[in-house]
Design a protein around this ligand. Structure first.
Ligand SMILES: O=c1ccn([C@@H]2O[C@H](COP(=O)(O)O)[C@@H](O)[C@H]2O)c(=O)[nH]1
Length: 234
């Protein structure tokens, strides 16, 4: 079975990225390339890492008017990403434009509430309700626009997965027990998130900043063995 773990290769340096990917490739299902990597290396860098043969998750979190996002997705299509992110807050038309422009086989998933935010951050931004309520609202919007799934924290994934059979649920903000949470606020262990219904587990620093990234990735993979969605209790 393919691993649900996508390692977040968050570095601007192509050689570092290539080395990290090579170290962990036997223990993960794909590589997540985000703004830091893409800003420094662009499409050529994505192609270089794509040549390693792992699925590419392009986490560019597109958020603009529908015409601009649709054209940006079309421009990214030749990179054949397996997963591409947009922001759900861009609205129905923007989400629909992104999905319409995506290549066949590419899942378009929408970021709901960033895992670095908590209830106080939402209130400060003028968003009424809890993160869970906002995630549910944006998940409904995303589903109605025809996209494939959402990005949320482990705290919300069970409720959203129950309401959206067949959806793709990407969960970042994952930390093995006792690990430094850094700038993340809504965190959970990878095994618990998987048990609650996550489809894709995004894990960065717990692997990439570990003294031995391969061993960190192997250990996380082992922690998931008894926590598949079929065997775990929510
Ligand atoms: O809500 C979100 C959406 C995306 N991310 C991305 O996931 C990784 C997490 O990295 P860690 O080092 O494991 O914290 C990172 O690339 C973020 O851009 C997220 O954290 N939360």
């Amino acid at each position: 079975m393919t691993s649900p773990v996508y390692v977040a290769i968050d570095t601007p340096d192509l050689e570092t990225a290539r080395a990290l990917a090579g170290q962990v490739r036997d223990h993960v299902g794909g590589l997540k390339l985000g703004l830091e990597f893409f800003a420094a290396n662009g499409p050529a860098g994505v192609r270089e890492l794509g040549a390693l043969g792992l699925d590419i998750f392009l986490d560019l979190k597109l958020h603009d008017i529908p015409n601009t996002v649709g054209k940006a997705v079309a421009a990214l299509a030749p990179l054949s990403p397996a997963v591409l992110t947009v922001h759900a807050a861009g609205g129905h038309a923007m989400l629909a434009a992104a999905k319409a422009a995506a290549p066949a086989g590419c899942k378009v998933v929408a970021v709901t509430v960033l895992t670095s935010l908590d209830a106080a951050d939402l209130a400060a931004a003028g968003v009424a309700g809890s993160p869970a309520e906002q995630v549910r609202r944006l998940a409904d919007l995303t589903r109605n626009a025809g996209c494939d799934g959402i990005v949320c924290s482990g705290e919300e994934v069970a409720a959203v997965a129950e309401a959206w059979p067949g959806g793709t649920f990407v969960v970042p903000g994952l930390r093995p027990a006792g690990a430094d949470v850094g700038d993340q606020k809504r965190v959970m262990t990878p095994a618990e998130a998987l048990g609650r219904g996550a489809s894709i587990l995004v894990i960065g620093r717990p692997i990439t900043a570990a003294p031995d990234p391969a061993e960190a990735a192997r250990s996380i993979a082992a922690s998931l063995a008894h926590h598949s969605p079929l065997t775990a209790t929510a």
